[in-house]
Design a protein around this ligand. Structure first.
Ligand SMILES: NC(=O)c1ccc[n+]([C@@H]2O[C@H](COP(=O)([O-])OP(=O)(O)OC[C@H]3O[C@@H](n4cnc5c(N)ncnc54)[C@H](O)[C@@H]3O)[C@@H](O)[C@H]2O)c1
Ligand SMILES: [Zn+2]
Ligand SMILES: [Zn+2]
Length: 368
């Protein structure tokens, strides 16, 4: 079929919204009609050429929500008409990682996905017979996409697609960092560094876990205001005294849980040093620049602090994304303020510009 899609033709150039060919889903694959797709830093990072593992030409986009249109052979967990959220982090339910409750890092299709291919090593996207690669296994800046069944989470049909799309990446990452990775205990004190989509999700996750005090730290007053809406009890403007301030306000001990959601290694260090002696847990969700390292004074660890990382919030997507979406439908999670702009596919490059200016949390492409 012919589809319109936003193609990264060359690094550093605006995306080209154009017509491509999309082949039928093969065995284990699903054709999805996109209804909405968030525009994320990861798309822009790849488009810029800064990501050394990037490739072109490819159709970007990984924060999609849409409707199942057709099934390849052997697909049994989805049916045409289902509303789905796309997963750059799949869940095969069979590999050694999927069978463990200690990680969400499914191993089933990693190698092919990292190179922009579907699991059988080929693409369904093409132009004049030339293959076009599938970014993050999702390629959701497009009217339709073909994806593996194991990378689609079926969510409630009542979830509006633009809201559901937020759960495809940063929001679930933040929520999961608090709920799955840190497993925040009720009554605790938490500090969240960064109030973008990930940090705001972490604030909401801490609130849902029953944290007593949730301190959110950012440089933007607007974003700190949004953090209040998600349950932050204290909002602090970021500076180099944040660690001391956390210690001062916790009788010199530090916070039970800290979360880093900026991608800045200096802030990661602050998050480690703000964690409580004895049992403080620092969860790192930010993605640092290539080659950067995190400095930790070993004494912080010996005196009982722990540090861990969190990819996609430890969320096993097919099982847990539907549950997180349900929190929204049940009125326990207010995601409406995260959508700052609704744009068309043709306006995708404007979505990048809005992000560069830090104008709002998410621009969401809405397909007609
Ligand atoms: N682990 C994962 O699976 C995963 C998934 C999505 C995104 N990420 C990463 O998480 C990070 C955050 O993503 P996002 O979409 O929320 O980004 P964002 O850019 O929207 O938010 C980052 C926030 O950090 C704030 N900030 C800047 N300097 C600061 C400082 N010194 N102290 C405190 N806050 C400061 C900014 O003002 C901004 O609000 C990025 O590094 C992103 O790549 C990780
Ligand atoms: Zn994303
Ligand atoms: Zn797996």
């Amino acid at each position: 079929m012919r589809i319109r899609a936003a193609v990264l033709e060359q690094f550093g150039q605006p995306l080209n919204v154009t017509e491509l060919d999309l082949a039928e889903p093969k065995a284990g694959e699903v054709l999805v009609r996109l209804e909405a797709c968030g525009v994320c830093h990861t798309d822009m990072y790849t488009a810029s050429g800064a990501d050394p593992s990037g490739y072109a030409p490819t159709v970007l986009g990984h924060e999609g929500a849409g409707i199942v249109e057709a099934l390849g052979d052997g697909v049994s967990s989805l049916a045409p008409g289902d509303r789905v959220v796309t997963l750059f982090s799949p869940q095969c339910r069979e590999c050694v990682h999927c069978r463990s409750d200690r990680t969400n890092l499914c191993l089933a299709i990693r190698e092919q996905q990292n190179q922009g291919y579907l699991p059988d090593g080929t693409t369904r996207l093409s132009r004049d017979g030339e293959p076009i690669r599938h970014f993050m296994g999702t390629s959701t800046f497009a009217q339709y996409t073909v994806m593996p069944e194991i990378a689609l989470a079926r969510v409630s049909p009542e979830a509006p697609a633009d809201r559901a799309a937020l759960f495809a990446c940063g929001l679930s990452t933040g929520l999961g960092a608090a709920i799955n990775t840190a497993k925040v205990q009720a009554g605790s004190t938490c500090v969240v560094f960064g109030a973008g989509m990930v940090g705001l999700g972490a604030v909401a996750g801490c609130r849902l876990q029953g944290a007593q005090r949730i301190i959110c730290v950012d440089r933007s007053a607007d974003r700190l205001e949004l953090a209040r809406g998600q349950g932050a009890t204290d909002t602090w403007t970021a500076d180099e005294h944040t660690v001391q301030r956390v210690l001062d306000e916790t009788a010199g001990f530090g916070a039970d849980y800290t979360f880093e959601a900026t991608g800045l290694v200096a802030v990661m260090r602050q998050a480690v040093e703000s964690a409580r002696m004895g049992w403080g847990l620092c969860t790192i969700a930010g993605v640092a620049g290539r080659g950067e390292t995190l400095d930790i004074i070993p004494r912080y660890l010996i005196t009982g602090r722990r540090v861990c990382g969190s990819s996609f919030g430890g969320v096993k997507g097919r099982d847990q994304v539907p549950e997180l979406v349900q929190l929204y439908l049940d009125g326990r999670l207010d995601v409406d303020p995260f959508i700052s702009h609704r744009i068309t596919l043709e306006q995708v490059n404007e979505g990048f510009e809005l992000m560069e200016r830090q104008d709002g949390i998410r621009s969401v492409i809405v397909f007609d």
